[in-house]
Design a protein around this ligand. Structure first.
Ligand code: SF4
Length: 351
């Protein structure tokens, strides 16, 4: 199997995907690409949150030509132009300096067009992401049944990949996103068994945050644990910056990303006598926004609280309207519920 270290390496701008590289986090801008200022702001916000690659849709020539101006306004993060059907938009985006294109060659018509796109990519050393989605599969290869789960998604991608390979083009990244978790896992496993191209993992159309987090973790974690996947997106019906945080949390929880906070808080129960829930959300946001890569635990009572809190770099355990703050094994102080946020922030800053 081509695990993530064994895949070939593809360069997208200054970012390497595959080989021994880390798993890159990415999202997609939700603003029309020709709204240059707005889309640049969104890309910069995502980059500040930890995005390493951003995709922008490319619906017309105004979008395609915008990459030149967007690149002047952003922090150097590579951009992928997302194109469907019109090969001329791919050529225009490449001309405007985009770092990669997402296009499915089988959808752009006569081979002369594919050849032109491949040539332009080769000249500028731009990779192509072949991305098949459960909702837009090639009907010509579907016979109504699958003998192997995931085969339909995989075969759809292969049709596009072989068109690129025909022209000696191998700077390819593949995504095989179903909206069904088990089908998606199966398709990526087939790809990892048979191809050495880097894989972009994702479950498509995964819904709003609560739905997406569970569906994406269910789909991506088994693959990531098996060593499959070189870049990930957690699609959700939210602002793109939320996708970036979700990707980082998932990779961190699987031990695949060290530079992220470890946040622990209890679910609360009838023993809780402090206002834990808003505190937990505010402290987690502070740690993530400031990229403080420490372990912080917020626990609601003295039953499990002190034990858990003591293992953390910093912890707080509540009881009777007050909190005890711990630093490793040591009790630092006791503060009122109303003062705990400021007291914790002061201690976090001192870590
Ligand atoms: S730590 Fe205490 S308050 Fe929190 S869930 Fe456990 S028993 Fe309940």
């Amino acid at each position: 199997m081509f695990t993530r270290e064994k895949t070939r390496q593809v360069k997208v701008g200054n970012l390497l995907l595959g080989g021994n590289e880390h798993i890159a986090i990415q999202s997609m801008a939700s603003v029309k690409t020709s709204k240059i200022e707005e889309v640049s702001q969104q890309i910069n916000a995502c980059a500040a949150a930890g995005a390493e690659l951003m995709r922008c849709s490319c619906l017309d020539f105004e979008d395609a030509s915008s990459f030149k101006e967007i690149k002047k306004r952003i922090c150097g993060i590579p951009l992928v132009a997302d194109i469907h059907f019109d090969y001329r938009l791919a050529l225009a985006a490449i001309e405007a300096g985009v770092d990669a294109i997402r296009i499915n060659p089988g959808n752009i018509g006569e081979e002369k067009r594919i050849e032109q796109v491949v040539k332009a990519c080769q000249e500028r050393r731009i990779p192509v992401r072949v991305g098949v989605n459960g909702g837009s599969l090639d009907r010509s290869i579907y016979h109504g049944t699958e003998t192997i789960k995931g085969e339909y998604l995989f075969s759809s991608a292969m049709k596009h990949i072989s068109l690129l390979e025909k022209y000696g083009f191998h700077d390819i990244v593949i995504s095989l996103k179903g909206s069904d978790v088990l089908e998606t896992i199966a398709a990526y496993r087939l790809a990892a068994e048979r191809l050495d191209y880097p894989l972009h993992l994702g479950v498509t159309e995964a819904g709003p945050m609560e739905t997406s987090l569970i569906r994406s973790a269910a789909g991506l974690a088994p693959l990531l644990i098996d060593g499959i996947g070189n870049t990930i997106r957690i699609s959700m019906s939210e602002e793109p910056v939320e996708e970036i945080k979700a990707c980082a949390r998932l990779l961190h929880d699987l031990g695949l990303k060290k530079d992220w906070p470890t946040f622990i808080s209890c679910p609360t129960c009838g023993r809780t006598e402090v206002n834990l829930l808003p505190l937990a959300k505010r402290i987690r946001a502070y740690l993530e926004d400031h990229k403080i890569c420490k372990t912080v635990a917020i626990m609601g009572c003295v039953v499990n609280g002190p034990g858990e809190a003591r293992h953390a770099d910093l912890g707080a355990a509540g009881g009777k309207g007050k909190w005890v703050i711990f630093k490793k094994e040591q009790i630092l102080k006791t503060v009122d519920d109303s003062a705990i946020y400021d007291a914790l922030i002061e201690e976090i800053k001192a870590l």
